[in-house]
Write a protein that binds this ligand. Structure first.
Ligand code: BES
Ligand code: ZN
Length: 457
């Protein structure tokens, strides 16, 4: 068995020759005191104030991938890493985004003055015809009378695809869709390949007033979508590397990541300025801590566009690097004041080295951390390359997830601090230079029992 494998087994407590019965006896930790002493080298230095202040700075404005806002965040993160003494790399990549262009509606020869937004994927076209309200546009509601007309549709109940396809099947020339009850604005909706009529969205109030108008008179409408289409944009990953001392290097690598991009229009304080701040805090502290493992701290771009930054990063790893990466820790949404417990998610719902270390570190620092099954973040590309990885996140979701309300006032300093401590302690179990110490069982943490948690998110 390779030396590293033995070391990892020791580090997670997978080898416990003297007390195998302890494996499932929760949550007693045989070597708690020894490990606490090691944990303290890292966790005593973690500052809640610093963690909070970085979230505050990063969440002043949105950081949507490919925008100035993202680039400002990228520069800030790189500067911080460099100020801690790291070698940094900006890894740019291109991605295709959707440019919604400019859309307008004319009703009975008067320009409609509400906001009009093309569906993502809409064709560019101008059509002029009678307007017909077809309700939710189920196949029962849509009749031949919509042929050649513009269909007014209420959002909800069935998919966008079905709604648009049902009216296309009956020969409609275009679609105006209004929002469903309880939802604000008109930023929703996408069309699919082959749905070649212009489709635009308006808010619910304006939609209902058109329905009213149709009840009392015939309405002629014109909809125009111009300049919509895909556009190439650039996003970045920021990578900071710390090499172990030459005499101590055991060839292992541990990666610690978060995503710095936010959704459009969202300040993304929790999602995921919180994780970025955690990564920076651990980088700052580990820079001054002797290690025997290479540490790579990284923040990914374009996570919200489909995990694009982490897929890009994972695709640049050589086989040799993949084999040497012992663990990937992903910090995403680690500061929400109103959310619940910390959970470690793996894409396959199986435990792995990272969850074992996380659960044990949790037990030492605060309480045992449970695990569950979820993708939806940057641990997925690492998992797909066979690297033990997990997402550390508080569940359930808070109501301001992906909204303009995801602001710093919803962030808890204590949650930020405790989560960063747990991950810091887990990382240090692998990276601390005293392991392996095969004859000194004191340094091997005890295994803890931790449960699968399947609460809905
Ligand atoms: N931080 C979230 C992931 C998340 C959301 C985890 C909710 C657990 C519960 C992440 O930034 C996100 O929003 N991911 C996208 C997926 C991606 C493929 C676009 C999502 O979940 O919609
Ligand atoms: Zn998100």
């Amino acid at each position: 068995m390779p030396k590293n494998a033995i070391k990892l087994m020791l580090a997670t407590g997978l080898i416990l020759s003297s007390a195998p019965a302890a494996v499932d006896a929760a949550p007693t930790i045989p070597n708690q005191n020894a490990d606490h002493a090691f944990d303290n080298k890292v966790i005593k230095k973690i500052s809640g104030d610093r963690l909070y202040e970085r979230v505050n700075l990063l969440s002043q404005s949105p950081r949507e991938a490919g925008t100035e806002g993202e680039y400002r965040a990228v520069q800030y993160i790189q500067d911080q890493f460099e100020s801690y003494g790291y070698n940094t790399e900006l890894q740019p990549f291109t991605f295709q985004d959707w440019d919604e262009g400019v859309s307008s509606i004319v009703i009975n020869n008067t320009v409609f003055n509400g906001d009009v937004q093309a569906f993502t994927g809409s064709v560019n076209a101008t059509v002029k015809s009678k307007l017909e309200f077809v309700g939710l546009a189920s196949s029962e509601e849509v009749t031949d009378s919509v042929k050649g007309k513009i269909a007014l549709i209420e959002r909800g109940s069935i998919s966008f695809y079905e709604k648009v396809q049902n009216v296309i099947n009956k020969g409609a020339a275009g679609v105006i869709m209004f929002n469903r009850e309880g939802e604000e604005g008109n930023d929703f909706g996408y069309t699919y390949e082959g749905q070649n009529i212009p489709v635009v969205a308006i808010n619910r109030e304006e939609g209902l007033s058109l329905v009213n108008q149709l009840n009392s008179e015939e309405v002629n409408a014109e909809i125009a979508v111009q300049g919509a289409g895909t556009i190439d944009k650039i996003s970045y990953n920021v990578i900071a590397t710390m090499q172990p001392h030459k005499n101590k290097d055991n060839g292992q690598i541990v990666t610690i990541g978060a995503h710095h991009d936010s959704v459009a229009g969202g300040p993304g304080a929790n999602d995921d300025a919180s994780g970025v701040s955690g990564v920076l805090e651990l980088a700052k502290i580990m820079a001054k801590t002797p290690i025997d493992t290479e540490l790579r701290f990284m923040t990914f771009g374009a996570e919200e566009k489909g995990l694009l930054g982490s897929y890009h990063y994972a695709s640049t790893l050589s086989e040799d690097e993949v084999n040497r990466i012992a663990a990937h820790f992903q910090m995403d949404m680690i500061g929400s004041r109103d959310s619940g417990d910390l959970i470690m998610f793996t894409p396959d719902g199986e435990k792995n080295l990272v969850t074992d270390l996380g659960a044990a570190a949790g037990a030492r620092v605060a309480e045992v951390v449970e695990y569950g099954q979820l993708g939806r973040s940057d641990h997925v590309p690492f998992f797909e390359r066979g690297i033990p990885s997990a997402l550390f996140i508080h569940a359930p979701l808070e109501p301001w997830y992906h909204s303009p309300e995801d602001t710093v006032d919803k962030i808890s300093k204590d949650k930020l601090k405790e989560t960063t401590e747990i991950i810091g302690a887990a990382v240090y179990q692998i990276a601390r230079p005293d392991t392996p110490a095969l004859i000194n069982a004191r340094v091997a943490p005890g295994p803890v029992h931790y449960e699968f948690d399947d609460r809905p998110l």
